[in-house]
Write a protein that binds this ligand. Structure first.
Ligand SMILES: [Fe+2]
Ligand SMILES: [Fe+2]
Length: 216
Protein backbone atom coordinates (compact mmCIF):
# COMPACT_ATOMS: atom_id res chain seq x y z
CA UNK A 1 0.00 0.00 0.00
CA UNK A 2 1.24 3.48 -0.78
CA UNK A 3 2.34 5.52 2.27
CA UNK A 4 -0.29 8.03 3.37
CA UNK A 5 1.96 11.06 2.82
CA UNK A 6 2.14 10.03 -0.83
CA UNK A 7 -1.66 10.00 -0.95
CA UNK A 8 -2.22 13.35 0.75
CA UNK A 9 -3.60 16.29 -1.25
CA UNK A 10 -0.15 17.89 -1.46
CA UNK A 11 1.06 14.83 -3.41
CA UNK A 12 4.43 13.11 -3.66
CA UNK A 13 6.20 15.88 -5.57
CA UNK A 14 5.33 18.52 -2.93
CA UNK A 15 6.36 16.14 -0.12
CA UNK A 16 9.69 15.42 -1.80
CA UNK A 17 10.35 19.09 -2.56
CA UNK A 18 9.59 20.00 1.03
CA UNK A 19 12.02 17.27 2.25
CA UNK A 20 14.66 18.62 -0.16
CA UNK A 21 14.15 22.18 1.14
CA UNK A 22 14.50 20.88 4.69
CA UNK A 23 17.80 19.15 3.83
CA UNK A 24 19.22 22.35 2.31
CA UNK A 25 18.19 24.44 5.34
CA UNK A 26 19.70 21.87 7.73
CA UNK A 27 23.01 21.54 5.90
CA UNK A 28 23.46 25.27 5.23
CA UNK A 29 22.97 26.16 8.90
CA UNK A 30 19.88 28.25 8.07
CA UNK A 31 18.05 26.76 11.04
CA UNK A 32 16.95 28.84 14.00
CA UNK A 33 16.00 27.56 17.43
CA UNK A 34 12.48 28.06 18.78
CA UNK A 35 13.77 27.88 22.38
CA UNK A 36 16.66 29.92 23.78
CA UNK A 37 19.94 28.04 24.09
CA UNK A 38 20.57 26.61 27.57
CA UNK A 39 24.16 27.86 27.17
CA UNK A 40 24.52 30.88 29.47
CA UNK A 41 28.33 30.71 29.75
CA UNK A 42 29.80 31.31 26.31
CA UNK A 43 33.46 31.08 27.41
CA UNK A 44 35.69 28.42 25.83
CA UNK A 45 37.83 26.15 28.05
CA UNK A 46 41.12 27.66 29.26
CA UNK A 47 43.68 25.24 27.82
CA UNK A 48 44.17 24.64 24.11
CA UNK A 49 43.97 20.82 24.51
CA UNK A 50 40.63 21.23 26.27
CA UNK A 51 39.37 23.57 23.53
CA UNK A 52 40.28 20.91 20.90
CA UNK A 53 38.50 18.22 22.93
CA UNK A 54 35.35 20.37 23.39
CA UNK A 55 35.29 21.33 19.70
CA UNK A 56 35.60 17.64 18.67
CA UNK A 57 32.82 16.52 21.00
CA UNK A 58 30.47 19.36 20.01
CA UNK A 59 31.19 18.67 16.31
CA UNK A 60 30.13 15.04 16.91
CA UNK A 61 26.94 16.29 18.63
CA UNK A 62 26.22 18.67 15.76
CA UNK A 63 26.58 15.81 13.24
CA UNK A 64 24.31 13.67 15.45
CA UNK A 65 21.66 16.37 15.21
CA UNK A 66 22.10 16.54 11.41
CA UNK A 67 21.41 12.78 11.40
CA UNK A 68 18.35 13.28 13.65
CA UNK A 69 16.89 15.88 11.25
CA UNK A 70 17.42 13.53 8.31
CA UNK A 71 15.98 10.48 10.11
CA UNK A 72 12.84 12.30 11.26
CA UNK A 73 12.38 13.92 7.86
CA UNK A 74 12.62 10.52 6.10
CA UNK A 75 10.32 8.84 8.63
CA UNK A 76 7.70 11.63 8.53
CA UNK A 77 7.71 11.52 4.72
CA UNK A 78 6.33 7.96 4.65
CA UNK A 79 4.56 7.67 8.06
CA UNK A 80 1.13 6.06 7.69
CA UNK A 81 -0.65 7.22 10.86
CA UNK A 82 -1.15 11.03 11.08
CA UNK A 83 -0.63 10.77 14.89
CA UNK A 84 2.81 9.29 14.27
CA UNK A 85 3.67 11.95 11.71
CA UNK A 86 2.66 14.72 14.16
CA UNK A 87 4.84 13.15 16.90
CA UNK A 88 7.80 12.89 14.49
CA UNK A 89 7.38 16.50 13.38
CA UNK A 90 7.13 17.75 16.95
CA UNK A 91 10.31 15.87 17.99
CA UNK A 92 12.02 17.16 14.83
CA UNK A 93 11.26 20.71 16.03
CA UNK A 94 13.18 20.05 19.25
CA UNK A 95 16.01 18.44 17.27
CA UNK A 96 16.20 21.66 15.22
CA UNK A 97 16.80 23.53 18.50
CA UNK A 98 19.60 21.07 19.34
CA UNK A 99 21.13 21.59 15.92
CA UNK A 100 21.09 25.39 16.26
CA UNK A 101 22.47 25.25 19.85
CA UNK A 102 25.34 22.93 18.81
CA UNK A 103 26.20 25.13 15.83
CA UNK A 104 26.23 28.22 18.04
CA UNK A 105 28.45 26.47 20.59
CA UNK A 106 30.83 25.35 17.82
CA UNK A 107 31.26 28.95 16.80
CA UNK A 108 31.89 29.98 20.46
CA UNK A 109 34.68 27.37 20.36
CA UNK A 110 35.95 28.78 17.06
CA UNK A 111 35.29 25.43 15.35
CA UNK A 112 33.41 24.36 12.20
CA UNK A 113 30.86 21.59 11.59
CA UNK A 114 32.00 18.29 10.07
CA UNK A 115 32.77 18.33 6.35
CA UNK A 116 31.04 14.94 6.05
CA UNK A 117 27.62 16.21 7.23
CA UNK A 118 26.01 15.98 3.74
CA UNK A 119 26.98 12.29 3.54
CA UNK A 120 25.58 11.56 7.00
CA UNK A 121 22.38 13.44 6.11
CA UNK A 122 21.88 11.35 2.96
CA UNK A 123 22.53 8.04 4.76
CA UNK A 124 20.28 8.89 7.70
CA UNK A 125 17.48 10.08 5.40
CA UNK A 126 17.63 6.72 3.56
CA UNK A 127 17.48 4.87 6.92
CA UNK A 128 14.51 7.03 7.97
CA UNK A 129 12.57 6.26 4.77
CA UNK A 130 13.44 2.54 4.98
CA UNK A 131 12.32 2.26 8.62
CA UNK A 132 9.17 4.28 7.83
CA UNK A 133 8.31 1.97 4.92
CA UNK A 134 8.66 -1.04 7.23
CA UNK A 135 5.61 0.32 9.11
CA UNK A 136 4.90 2.75 11.95
CA UNK A 137 5.63 0.21 14.73
CA UNK A 138 9.12 -0.42 13.36
CA UNK A 139 9.67 3.23 12.58
CA UNK A 140 8.81 4.17 16.18
CA UNK A 141 10.96 1.30 17.48
CA UNK A 142 13.86 2.59 15.39
CA UNK A 143 13.27 6.08 16.80
CA UNK A 144 13.25 4.82 20.41
CA UNK A 145 16.42 2.80 19.92
CA UNK A 146 18.16 5.77 18.23
CA UNK A 147 17.19 8.04 21.11
CA UNK A 148 18.36 5.48 23.70
CA UNK A 149 21.77 5.21 21.99
CA UNK A 150 22.04 9.01 21.71
CA UNK A 151 21.16 9.38 25.39
CA UNK A 152 23.97 6.97 26.40
CA UNK A 153 26.36 8.78 24.08
CA UNK A 154 25.48 12.21 25.57
CA UNK A 155 25.95 10.78 29.05
CA UNK A 156 29.48 9.75 27.97
CA UNK A 157 30.15 13.28 26.67
CA UNK A 158 29.17 14.78 30.03
CA UNK A 159 31.93 12.64 31.54
CA UNK A 160 34.50 13.61 28.90
CA UNK A 161 33.87 17.37 28.47
CA UNK A 162 36.47 19.53 30.23
CA UNK A 163 35.37 20.56 33.72
CA UNK A 164 35.56 24.27 32.86
CA UNK A 165 33.42 23.95 29.69
CA UNK A 166 30.19 24.94 31.40
CA UNK A 167 28.50 26.16 28.21
CA UNK A 168 28.84 22.84 26.32
CA UNK A 169 27.72 20.97 29.43
CA UNK A 170 24.56 23.09 29.65
CA UNK A 171 23.72 22.31 26.00
CA UNK A 172 24.43 18.57 26.30
CA UNK A 173 22.44 18.24 29.54
CA UNK A 174 19.33 19.86 28.03
CA UNK A 175 19.64 17.79 24.84
CA UNK A 176 19.90 14.61 26.89
CA UNK A 177 16.71 15.51 28.77
CA UNK A 178 14.86 16.03 25.45
CA UNK A 179 16.21 12.78 23.91
CA UNK A 180 14.95 10.77 26.88
CA UNK A 181 11.48 12.23 26.30
CA UNK A 182 11.61 11.49 22.54
CA UNK A 183 12.47 7.85 23.25
CA UNK A 184 9.60 7.58 25.74
CA UNK A 185 7.17 9.07 23.17
CA UNK A 186 8.23 6.46 20.58
CA UNK A 187 7.60 3.65 23.07
CA UNK A 188 4.26 5.16 24.21
CA UNK A 189 3.05 5.31 20.60
CA UNK A 190 3.68 1.56 20.20
CA UNK A 191 7.28 1.33 18.97
CA UNK A 192 8.45 -2.29 18.55
CA UNK A 193 11.62 -3.62 20.21
CA UNK A 194 14.20 -3.95 17.42
CA UNK A 195 16.03 -7.27 16.85
CA UNK A 196 19.51 -7.44 18.45
CA UNK A 197 21.45 -7.49 15.12
CA UNK A 198 19.69 -4.28 14.00
CA UNK A 199 20.59 -2.56 17.29
CA UNK A 200 24.19 -3.74 16.91
CA UNK A 201 24.38 -2.42 13.30
CA UNK A 202 23.02 0.95 14.45
CA UNK A 203 25.65 1.07 17.17
CA UNK A 204 28.45 0.35 14.65
CA UNK A 205 27.18 3.11 12.31
CA UNK A 206 27.07 5.53 15.21
CA UNK A 207 30.64 4.65 16.25
CA UNK A 208 31.88 5.32 12.70
CA UNK A 209 30.07 8.67 12.74
CA UNK A 210 31.40 9.75 16.14
CA UNK A 211 35.01 8.80 15.30
CA UNK A 212 35.07 10.57 11.93
CA UNK A 213 33.11 13.70 12.98
CA UNK A 214 35.47 14.22 15.93
CA UNK A 215 38.32 14.90 13.48
CA UNK A 216 36.91 15.78 10.06
FE1 LIG B 1 18.79 15.87 19.52
FE1 LIG C 1 15.81 13.22 19.98
Amino acid sequence: MMPSSFRNPAGPVDSLLSALGESLRTLSGAVSASRPSPCTDRAAPGSSDDRTLSAGLMRVNHTGEICAQALYSGQALVARDPKVRVALESAAGEERDHLAWCRERLSDLDARPSLLDPLWYAGSFAFGVASGLAGDRWSLGFLSETEAQVERHLHGHLERLPADDLGSRQVVEKMREDEIRHGATGRALGGAELPGPVKAAMSVASKVMTRTAFRV
